[in-house]
Design a protein. Structure first.
Length: 192
């Protein structure tokens, strides 16, 4: 087993441990997970096409890292948030990156000349929408969300993208913590 396989196996173990922390919405989350694992590329999806973890399984590695980081941040500054809330928004904040049933958002780059530097590209056949909106769209089909959870998922990229200006200076604490957990995980933890 190579280093990548070991990392992914550890990620799968942590993923299942995080899912075990969900109690009140376990049935709904289990339906989401079943759909993700059976009808999408959730377990094999890259985290991005070029920025970070653009490898098979990168999205799961990233999502588990964000959920773990969000729990650590919560423990320090906002203990009022439940494990369940943190796991749901942390683990599924980028779920829109799977695309939709049998229609992945990221596909292998068909241009062989650029496959090494950019192994994945966006699927031109999929209905276009922002990542946060797509993530919220998928989540809302399976899991009832609190308004603060919905805001966190939809706007987790913070003010880095223009369409998020609508919540500028109106972010709830959960959104701020998720944004930082996402940023820290992608920029620091994944590069260690």
């Amino acid at each position: 087993m190579n280093t990548k396989d070991i990392r992914y196996q550890k990620t799968l173990e942590k993923y299942h441990q995080l899912l075990d922390a969900i109690k009140d919405r376990k049935r709904e989350v289990n339906r989401l997970v079943e759909w993700l694992e059976e009808k999408t590329n959730w377990l094999d999806c890259p985290a991005s096409t070029k920025f970070h973890l653009n490898i098979p399984g990168g999205l799961l590695i990233h999502s588990v890292g964000v959920a773990e980081m969000l729990l650590r941040i919560r423990d320090c500054i906002a203990p009022q948030y439940s494990d369940e809330t943190c796991v749901i928004v942390g683990l599924f904040h980028d779920v829109g990156k799977v695309g939709d049933e049998n229609a992945p958002l990221y596909i292998p780059n068909p241009d062989r000349k650029f496959q090494e530097e950019r192994p994945f590209v966006r699927n031109p056949e999929i209905v276009e929408m922002g990542l946060g909106v797509r993530s919220l769209y998928i989540m809302s089909r399976f899991v009832p969300l609190l308004p603060e959870e919905a805001q966190a998922i939809c706007y987790h990229d913070g003010q880095y993208i223009p369409e998020n200006k609508v919540v500028a200076l109106k972010e709830k604490p959960l959104l701020l913590m998720l944004h930082f957990a996402d940023l820290w995980t992608a920029q620091v933890t994944e590069n260690e």
